[in-house]
Design a protein around this ligand. Structure first.
Ligand code: C5P
Length: 279
């Protein structure tokens, strides 16, 4: 079964990125090259990973005039990326230009609202709350031909119900539930049950919650790459995700991606205090 784990290779060292990719080779279905690695190592980083047989998501979150985004998309496809991100906020003309430039060489994933953005961040930018902004941006992206949507796991159930089964939902903002030291997680002393290190993420869920909510892929970086044993941490996340995938044996939420319990369980996991735990 294909692993839904996308490992975020957030480093400026291409050798480190390759080492993480190799360590997680069995557990990660894709690896993700983001701004840091791309700025440091350029398209060669994508080529090196693709050359080792890795499926590569290139997360540049393109947001520019349509012609510039189209050019960037063509270059990304040439470099060997399979999935390339753009900002849905770029609007219909930009999104359509991206999709046309991608052709059948790669897929376009539209970022709705960053998973690091909490209510106060959105209000400060003059944007409506995520519950309102994300479905509007996702509708726009799908209407413009984008094949994938990047969203928080908190919005995955609503988007899956709204957009149907064909759209790929890619969810960052995923944090494993266990507090095991090798997972790179930190237990908040005296206030169980929230053993979650959020880093700079604000709208998060566990791998199981994200998959039960209808995610196609989950993007995880620091909880894996900062673990003592990257391979073991990646396998643990993969296993949590696969066990909860709709249709998995024993999954009570099978074929019920918009099961109401998903948000209830998350509410129990993350307190307001936990949501402020940014790093
Ligand atoms: O280390 P962590 O698991 O927080 O990494 C999440 C990755 O997903 C980062 O590379 C980040 O750039 C990316 N991402 C995100 N939120 C989005 C889109 C991408 O966190 N909306």
């Amino acid at each position: 079964m294909e692993s839904p784990l996308v490992l975020a290779l957030d480093t400026d060292d291409p050798e480190q990125a390759l080492a993480w990719s190799r360590a997680a080779a069995e557990a990660a279905g894709m690896v993700k090259v983001g701004l840091e690695l791309f700025a440091a190592a350029g398209p060669g980083a994508v080529g090196a990973l693709a050359g080792e047989g890795r499926r590569v998501m290139l997360d540049l979150k393109l947001h520019d005039i349509p012609a510039t985004v189209a050019g960037g998309m063509r270059a990304a496809a040439r470099a060997g990326a399979e999935l390339v991100t753009v900002h849905a906020l770029g609007g219909p003309a930009m999104l359509e230009a991206a999709v046309e430039a991608a052709g059948d060489r790669c897929r376009v994933a539209a970022v709705t609202i960053l998973t690091s953005a909490g209510p106060a961040d959105l209000a400060a930018a003059g944007l409506p709350p995520a519950a309102e902004a994300v479905p509007r941006l996702a509708d726009l992206a799908v209407r413009s031909g984008c094949q994938a949507i990047v969203c928080s796991p908190l919005e995955a159930a609503a988007l899956r119900a709204r957009l149907g089964p064909a759209v790929e939902l890619v969810c960052p903002g995923v944090r494993p539930a266990e507090a095991g030291g090798s997972g790179g997680l930190m237990e908040r002393s005296g206030s169980p049950p929230a053993p979650i290190l959020l880093h700079d993420q604000a709208r998060v869920a566990t791998p199981a919650q994200a998959m039960a909510a209808g995610a196609t892929r989950i993007v995880v970086g620091r909880p894996i790459t900062r673990a003592d044993d990257v391979g073991a941490a990646a396998r643990a996340v993969r296993d949590q995700a696969l066990a909860a995938r709709p249709g998995a044996a024993g999954d009570e939420h099978a074929n019920r991606p918009n099961a109401p319990g998903v948000h209830g369980r998350l509410d129990g996991l993350l307190t307001e205090e936990g949501s402020d735990q940014r790093r």
